[in-house]
Design a protein around this ligand. Structure first.
Ligand code: ADP
Ligand code: ZN
Length: 759
């Protein structure tokens, strides 16, 4: 047999992070013992070399094309295990992406990051990669040039510890090339084997002593333990008010899982991954807990990945994609705050981590626990249908009574001239008084306003024109501290024009409210109070949240003001008043989930009040006190809210009573976008008349609610069906037909299965 020729017998199907089916390559003889399913390889694709994952080894290639060889294997230590490849197949199929795209998104470390991980290259490119002097390097002997000398001195004499590539360049004032040559000689080594980077969270205090479970918790846990011990799949919906001790159930279930030799994953929304959350798990489960989120550096991701592989980490706590942690023998997957829409990824592949969690549990014979104080309509529906088992914790632990809720009708206060502005009212007299009372009693106050910035709009009082982002169909938000108008969609900033660009008059006025404006109002109304603003702007710096959290804990803050970032995961005993400055923002969103979101945000916020010894109070300001989402939240009437909500959904055949797939076409040329949208509509609509697609409706095309974003025009179609199978089949048929019309390179199409918002 010819060495390295195509005469060798095996071929590999390789999935690339591209919208392509896996491609077939032949395996050169010299590589035959290195290539297996799950291996990371590099393959030629046109003029490029791209990384990919081997998903299948075959004896006979399907086509008659001349096949190219695999270029090389990358990162021999890296491997994707079969169950995750199978999960990726499912994800790709359901969410309309390629297998490679699914694998790339599921891999905790990006393909390209992995690919660049040939030792020398990576050590220098990754600023956090550690370098050390190798044992082979005799300090006085071979390293003769003065620059090399400086490198060694910096490492051995001055720092006496490994340095990152960046630190080293600084300390020895040498170029990257010097260090690179020394690495190539083996005088320096990449030190990643020995140095484990900390993940940035503080060391936990002493281990926590588990509390004795309440009878209710015990009964709940007992139910979970049955399938858990038997190794059977089961999904539980744990519906428990905030403070009912759900976390304790999670911890016990995990402890039992570990005792059985299995592993666990805990998903929390990214913004709830607070130091407090991490500490809760670390204090009970110690160093078996690994933390995963998107902000980890490449080095930290590698550390975690290796710790998982070596079995040192057996519980992964993290945001959305932590679901794909390559833990073997998975025993339990927990999705906390399962109703959160941030579990839906908002770029391709647009998967829903909660739904994928249930699927992973099913495939691996694990237990899934979906926990929430305000479960999603979908999960409640699944529980009613018997797909999930419902567990309830209706009471808070300990003496805390539920908070008392008051709704303030802003219309009334506006008519009585008690508000300083009509558009949200800021602080009504009842809210002001309640804040004053808490300040006097040295208690803490939390205020929610779900919009950052200073003013939501700027308008010209001369001609009435609102300033829009030049590229997006949204008004620009005035950020006073930065003195800029900011587009919250594309991030574009411009100064506030002095004169109206339209009519030239100098009567530009900022309107509406944002967290920065309230901050000013509070400073004026309560000059001695210390106010801390928590939103995406003030928390941008790394570690800002940790600092804020410590300040709050030391009671250096009287009023915590923030966006929904403060609604999750903060357990603050001194907060006795929660004020919702405006409950109306979320209600006006053109989305069928608007009411559900509002209800759930209000309920979550209410859960922040009175978690200590003193009973809490919640004040909700609104222009629509009669709206059922607000009214039910205020009366803590969850049952009636969902009765009503589910009735509407059933009437409209919206989820959970039907499935939706959103199709958005976008491009710079509006005519082309519209044309393509009608082309697609013209293909899909007749298909819906076929008998096998009975009951499917294709709506649109129409301009999307945000008709222009980042300079691109957007048109939308919506397909709705009762069951996912036929709906997917119809779409596949339609999309294949669209391809046959030829590609429209200037119009892109995104397919969003089970969309979470319809903007
Ligand atoms: P949830 O996750 O449902 O919001 P937590 O699990 O945070 O509720 O519990 C609220 C508080 O009650 C926490 O401080 C927790 O330590 C405490 N707690 C939970 N279970 C018990 C128990 N059985 N006995 C005493 N305290 C408990
Ligand atoms: Zn914009």
């Amino acid at each position: 047999m010819k060495a390295d020729g195509p005469g060798s017998l095996a071929y590999a199907r390789v999935a690339l992070a591209r919208p392509l089916d896996p491609l077939t390559y032949y395996i050169p003889e010299s590589m035959s013992d290195q290539i297996h399913v799950g291996a990371l390889v590099e393959v030629p694709l046109r003029e490029e070399r791209v990384p990919g994952i081997v998903v299948e080894i075959i004896d006979k290639p399907d086509g008659k094309y001349k096949l190219k060889p695999l270029a090389r294997r990358l990162s021999p230590e890296f491997k994707v295990e079969r169950p995750l490849i199978e999960l990726a197949r499912w994800l790709a199929d359901y969410y309309f992406c390629s297998l490679g795209e699914a694998l790339a998104c599921m891999s905790m470390i990006g393909f390209n990051d992995l690919a660049s991980r040939t030792r020398t290259a990576l050590a220098l490119r990754d600023p956090e990669h550690w370098l050390a002097v190798s044992r082979e390097c005799a300090p006085d002997g071979r390293a003769t040039t003065p620059t090399q000398r400086r490198v060694i001195d910096a490492l051995l004499a001055e720092a006496n510890r490994p340095l990152t590539a960046v630190e080293l360049r600084e300390a020895a004032s040498v170029s990257a090339a010097v260090a690179e040559r020394m690495l190539a000689h083996g005088w320096l080594v990449a030190h990643d084997e020995e140095v484990l980077r900390a993940d940035g969270y503080p060391e936990p205090d002493a281990p926590a002593i588990p509390p004795t479970l309440t009878a209710r918790q015990q009964a709940t846990l007992d139910e979970v333990l049955v399938p858990l011990r038997a190794g059977d799949y089961q999904t539980f919906l744990l519906h428990g008010v905030t403070g009912s001790g759900k976390t304790e159930i999670y911890l016990r279930a995990i402890e039992e899982t570990l005792r059985g030799g299995r592993t666990a994953i805990v998903l929390v929304p990214e913004i709830a991954l607070t130091p407090q959350t991490v500490e809760t798990f670390r204090r009970r489960l110690g160093s078996l807990v690994g933390i995963y989120h998107s902000q980890l550096s490449l080095g930290q991701k590698f550390d975690l990945w290796k710790s998982i592989r070596d079995g040192r980490v057996r519980v992964v706590v993290g945001a959305r994609s932590a679901l794909f942690a390559p833990l073997p023998a998975l025993g339990v997957v927990i999705v906390d705050e399962e109703h959160e829409s941030s579990y839906k990824q908002d770029d391709a592949p647009r998967y829903h981590a909660r739904d994928m969690a249930v699927l992973r549990a099913l495939r691996e014979g694990a237990v899934a626990i979906l926990g929430s104080a305000t479960p999603s309509a979908e999960s409640l529906h699944n529980a009613r249908e018997g797909k999930y088992r419902l567990l309830r914790l209706p009471d808070r632990i300990g003496p805390h009574a539920p908070p008392s809720m008051h709704v303030v009708d802003l219309k009334r206060h506006w008519r009585e001239g008690q508000l300083e502005s009509a558009d949200g009212g800021m602080l009504s007299p009842p809210l002001r008084e309640a804040i004053a009372l808490r300040l006097e009693r040295r208690e803490q106050v939390m205020l929610l306003l779900n919009r950052r910035g200073f003013a939501s709009q700027t308008v010209c009082l001369g001609c009435g024109k609102i300033t829009f982002c030049p590229d997006c169909d949204v008004p620009m938000t005035w950020h006073k501290s930065a003195e800029r108008l900011l587009c919250h969609w594309c991030g574009q900033r411009t100064p506030l024009p002095k004169n109206c660009p339209e009519c030239g008059k100098d009567e530009m006025q900022t309107l509406g409210q944002g967290t920065q404006r309230i901050e000013e109002t509070l400073a004026a109304a309560f000059p001695t109070a210390s106010v801390l603003r928590i939103d995406a702007d003030s928390m941008r710096r790394k570690g800002a949240f940790l600092t804020a959290w410590e300040k709050i804990n030391r009671h250096e803050v009287d009023i915590i003001l923030g966006t929904q970032m403060i609604a999750k995961g903060l357990h603050l005993e001194r907060v006795t008043l929660v004020g919702v400055v405006s409950a109306d923002f979320a209600l006006f969103m053109p989305d069928f989930r608007a009411a559900e979101r509002t209800f759930s945000l209000l309920t979550q916020m209410a859960g922040r009040a009175g978690r200590g010894a003193i009973a809490g109070e919640v004040i909700v300001q609104t222009f629509m006190p009669q709206h059922y989402a607000i009214d039910c939240a205020a009366r803590l009437a969850e049952e009636s809210f969902f009765e009503r909500e589910l009735r509407y959904r059933r009437m409209l055949r919206f989820p959970p009573y039907g499935r939706l797939v959103g199709l958005v076409l976008s491009g710079a040329d509006e005519n082309q976008v519209r044309e393509r949208a009608f082309q697609l509509g013209g293909l899909l609509k007749p298909l819906a008349y076929k008998p096998q697609y009975k009951g499917i409706r294709v709506l649109g095309p129409t301009p999307a609610p945000l008709a222009r974003l980042q300079g691109k025009y957007r048109w939308r179609l919506l397909a709705r069906g009762d069951r996912p199978g036929p709906l997917h089949a119809l779409l596949r048929e339609g999309l294949t037909a669209l391809e046959r019309f030829g590609r429209a390179s200037s119009v892109s199409l995104t397919v969003d299965v089970d969309p979470c918002d319809l903007l």
